[in-house]
Write a protein that binds this ligand. Structure first.
Ligand code: HEM
Length: 471
């Protein structure tokens, strides 16, 4: 048999064997065979990803027309490139995203701003996310990971909740990186307030479908308003305190306070600075925490891969500090995190609203058309990913990673609005993962099958119990 044919036969056999051994736990639910009828709204309220029909896992474009809503699910990488890159200016944030987030982060902070308002804010904070600036955060990542190692060492043998622990660790990091060491925020109170506030997201999704006004009551609304005010007032206090002093911290708060729009010359008000800080704190910790939580669970179930991660960390860092010079060598750690985010993308979908009429591929769309990119389904499309439900970090080995279509893998989105914190998050997650795997063996709790639920991020419902044993 010619070598090329042999290669393809071996490759196919390999992907079948991976498919055969794909762990059923990695297929948390069967997608509906066709768009849901009456069950659609309650399912949307409970868990967005369970509304995505099977056809969306097969590529192309799926149009879902209902009396109350008309959405295009775009699952074709070429068309996704058109939306996120080539025609990026023709799309804006959709109404549901705006409605869910604006009360907390303001209508005009980096995440929700559009056009020139978005551009100058993005430029203003870019310095913080350049490669050399990011490497200077590595000691901070390692120190926070080290504190988590100590907490787990002290915890004894009972299963720990890895989801809560990762939230705590990534929260400590984001606060210190964004606000400097001087800020003392109560991590537990913040996490609670964010959870209360974002627990109302399903109501915003459903109310947007029916175009109900913003004042419409829903359960938990008053608690959510109180939680929001607590966060906003606390951060405002920090902004006010910093306004009066010349600081050389070089953190995000400094950049925001000094930012000036080159076109209009305008600067940010304290309220705008505060809302951008809340944006970064919110966008910058739960996403990374969720990525790490699923990574630890996947490794807990796959002892051989866990051992490979451990061996890599031992070879690269030994028992010493994990610093900026070790990062390059932790390539398998990065692959594992990338693969975990393929199976469980922390942001399960990206939504857009068409601002002008246009053609997308050969489809005509009008002003106000709603477009969803269901990342969760895209990442499990078997035409794009061999054995899509299997955990196989080697698919992100440099040679293989090159073979995938650019817009088949979108944990951080793409185009001009790609996650500004993508490299920050990858660096942070790599340092935390390496530190934890070096210190502990992770095992799944027998019989526990975590269920991913899409709210703010794709979290395991009820947390993630894991058995953690010191090495
Ligand atoms: C694993 C971790 C993370 C994931 C999966 C993630 C995912 C995403 C995605 C998918 C978007 C684009 C949304 C869209 O196009 O509609 C986004 C935007 C954003 N992310 Fe992240 N993110 C992560 C970590 C972070 C971190 C650490 C920060 C801050 C330090 C951050 C700050 C932001 C901001 C400010 C935006 C809005 C950017 C803009 O619109 O210009 N994210 N993120």
């Amino acid at each position: 048999m010619p070598a090329v044919a042999e290669f393809f036969v071996v490759k196919r056999l390999l992907s079948w064997s991976i498919a055969v051994y794909a762990d059923p736990d990695l297929i948390p639910f069967e997608p509906p065979a066709k768009p849901l009828g009456l069950r659609w709204l309650p399912t949307l309220w409970r868990n967005y990803i369970e509304t995505i029909p099977r056809a969306a896992y097969e590529g192309g474009v799926v149009r879902i027309q209902r009396r109350a809503s008309d959405v295009l699910l775009v699952c074709d990488p070429a068309l996704i490139g058109e939306i996120l890159v080539e025609k990026a200016d023709a799309f804006g944030r959709d109404a549901a995203t705006r409605r869910a987030f604006a009360p907390m982060i303001g209508d005009n902070s980096l995440f929700l701003a559009e056009g020139a308002e978005w551009r100058w804010q993005r430029r203003a904070v870019a310095a913080m996310f350049r490669h050399d600036a990011l490497l200077s955060f590595v000691p901070l990542f390692a120190a926070a990971a080290g504190r988590q190692v100590e907490r787990w060492r002290a915890a004894g043998k009972a299963p720990v909740d890895a989801a809560a622990a990762m939230t705590r660790t990534t929260f400590d990091i984001i606060v210190e990186a964004m606000l400097g060491g001087t800020a003392s925020l109560d991590a537990d109170a913040y996490s609670r307030a964010l959870a209360i506030s974002f627990a109302t997201i399903p109501w915003h999704l459903v109310y947007t479908v029916f175009a109900l006004p913003a004042w419409m009551p829903y359960p938990g609304r008053r608690r959510a308003v109180r939680a929001r005010l607590f966060l906003q007032q606390d951060i405002s206090r920090l902004v006010e305190a910093r306004r009066g002093v010349t600081s050389a911290q070089g953190d995000l708060l400094d950049l925001l306070l000094a930012a000036r729009d080159p076109e209009s010359g305008r600067t940010m008000t304290d309220d705008e600075v505060m809302k951008n800080l809340v944006t970064f704190i919110t966008a910058g910790h739960e996403t990374t925490s969720v990525a790490l939580t699923w990574t630890l669970w996947l490794l807990a179930k796959d002892r051989a891969t866990q051992q490979r991660v451990h061996d890599e960390v031992a070879a690269v860092a030994g028992a010493g500090a994990i610093g900026a010079t070790q990062i390059e060598g932790l390539s398998f750690c990065r692959q594992v995190i990338q693969e975990a985010m393929r199976l469980f993308p922390p942001a399960a979908a990206i939504s857009r609203l068409a601002k002008v009429p246009m053609t997308l591929g050969d489809i005509q769309i009008g002003v106000g058309a709603r477009v969803h990119i269901p990342i969760y389904a895209l990442h499990r499309n078997d035409k794009l990913w061999p054995a899509p439900n299997a955990f196989d970090p080697d698919r992100f080995a440099p040679e293989r990673a090159k073979t995938y279509s650019r817009y088949a893998y979108l944990p951080f989105g793409g185009g001009p609005r790609i996650c500004i914190g993508a490299s920050f998050a990858m660096l942070e997650a790599t340092v935390i993962l390496a530190s934890l795997i070096r210190a502990f063996r992770f095992e799944a709790v027998p019989g526990h099958r975590p269920k991913p639920v899409a709210r703010l991020t794709l979290r395991p419902q009820g947390g993630m119990p894991l058995i953690v044993t010191p090495r």
